[in-house]
Design a protein around this ligand. Structure first.
Ligand SMILES: *Cc1c(COP(=O)(O)O)cnc(C)c1O
Length: 427
């Protein structure tokens, strides 16, 4: 098995496709993937070669609706001329320069655009990084160091929610509540307590808690489970009452997914740290941001030893910032948020129909994000079958994720639901 001379058996396909799959199976290692089944002879992975709007094409020329926005990243559709143009224009100037010691025009513009999305005097500072996980790492380190520099160094504990997900680097993973991913690394990480609901917060000494972290409105990786309405505002009050910092992970919910620009706006909550990534660059290039307040920022002034000694090589990459700016422009020119309610309502109607289909256990929706929970064992086969009907998505266990780019039209949503119905009927 697996020796360098092993023949990889594949069905009929284009020569290019065969070459790409063979090289992949020989040399690549995929995220969150048991590589045995992936490299098995009878597994023919799709090779994605092109995208336009909410559609993507594989190397065999088949078209699919991008049912999970290319793992929750894409906002305005693929190959959008405005975002492509912004990236190419920036590329003509410079692809990358260091944010360590230098400023760059796109990052200046993006920092002020992002803070401008919140009331004046709230989230005033932007610290850039590359991914959702790093946006969380920044919030963790910043909050701990803030405590050291404001006379409360004993506040070292984080509290996170059971089954939550905040990324895969060591710090972010420590906050993750999905035990099959994170349990084995627990003993290497920081002090994290887990709760299932707000009531659980009282089991910890509040004076030892540094920060509470939560995915607001809806937990993504936890099979798209929404929180009860009002819970976020209540959590903010609890934090204020006990001097605890609030970290909101809007890596998935940010940029319109839940119906408003940010999920926290639905309950008028301003966090102490807001973590953004996935949709920030429109889903075109990796870029992340951790936004924070003046009180936090001010604690890092004065003695240089108090500075935040943290950064990545590609921090504030100008190409990614250009993509993010173009994406924010599109929210205005295409009236993305104004167009959403009709789509969200249409999706709700379709999900209601789907809920009565054989094999569907539950449907959950928050904005243009849906989780369709199927009977045990149906998640993967239904998603595979749905491909034959033009829908590409992935399940989380037996919950099918439906989270198309915000630019989808209502008839595209019809296609997605029809594909799921046909797939359900076929398994
Ligand atoms: C995807 C995700 C992350 C991690 O982001 P990466 O860019 O994959 O590192 C963190 N939090 C939430 C809620 C996510 O959905």
């Amino acid at each position: 098995m697996g020796g360098p001379g092993r023949q990889i058996m594949l069905g009929p396909m284009r020569e290019d496709t065969r070459r790409w799959i063979e090289a992949d199976k020989r040399h690549a290692w995929h995220p969150f993937t048991p590589q045995g089944p992936w490299t098995a002879d009878d597994h023919e992975p799709l090779v994605i070669v092109r995208g336009e709007g909410p559609w993507i094409w594989d190397s065999e020329g088949r078209r699919y609706l991008d049912g999970n926005s290319s793992i929750w990243t894409n906002i305005h559709g693929h190959a959008h001329p405005a975002i492509n143009r912004a990236i190419v224009e920036q590329l003509g100037q410079i692809a990358h320069s260091s944010f360590l010691g230098f400023a760059n025009p796109r990052a200046s513009e993006l920092a002020s655009r992002l803070t401008g999305l919140f009331p004046p005097g709230t989230l005033e500072r932007v610290f850039f990084s590359d991914d959702g996980s790093t946006a969380i790492e920044v919030a963790m380190k910043m909050s701990l160091q803030y405590r050291m520099q404001t006379g409360e160094p004993e506040r070292t504990r984080f509290v996170a929610f059971a089954d939550g997900y905040h990324g895969d680097t060591m710090g972010a993973a420590a906050l993750g509540g999905v035990s099959r991913f994170f349990e084995r690394f627990r003993r290497f990480g920081p002090d994290v307590g887990f709760v299932r609901s707000l009531a659980g917060l009282d089991q910890f000494a509040a004076s030892e808690i540094n920060a509470v972290v939560i995915e607001p409105l809806i937990q993504g990786v936890n099979e798209m489970r929404p929180w009860p309405a009002g819970m976020l505002a209540e959590l903010r009050d609890w934090c204020d009452c006990h001097g605890v910092l609030l970290i909101l992970d809007e890596v998935m919910t940010g940029f319109g997914r839940t119906g408003t620009m940010f999920a926290c706006q639905r309950e008028d909550v301003i966090p102490d740290f807001l973590c953004l990534a996935k949709g920030l660059g429109g889903g075109y290039l990796p870029i992340a941001a951790t936004l924070t307040t003046a009180p936090v920022y001010d604690a890092f002034l004065g003695d240089p030893v108090n500075a935040f000694y943290y950064g990545h090589s590609f921090t504030a990459n100008p190409l990614a910032c250009a993509a993010a700016l173009a994406s924010l422009d599109l929210f205005l020119t295409e009236r993305t948020l104004e167009e959403l309610p009709a789509k969200v309502e249409h999706l709700a109607k379709l999900l209601e129909e789907l809920a009565s289909c054989e094999g569907v256990v539950d449907v959950r929706q928050c904005g243009l994000v849906a989780g369709i929970e199927l009977r045990a064992g149906l998640g993967s086969p239904v998603c595979l079958r749905a491909r034959d009907h033009g829908l590409l998505t992935r399940p989380i266990r037996d919950t099918v994720v439906l989270m198309p780019p915000l630019c989808v039209e209502r008839e595209d949503l019809d296609l997605a639901i029809d594909a799921l119905k046909a797939a359900l009927a076929g398994v």
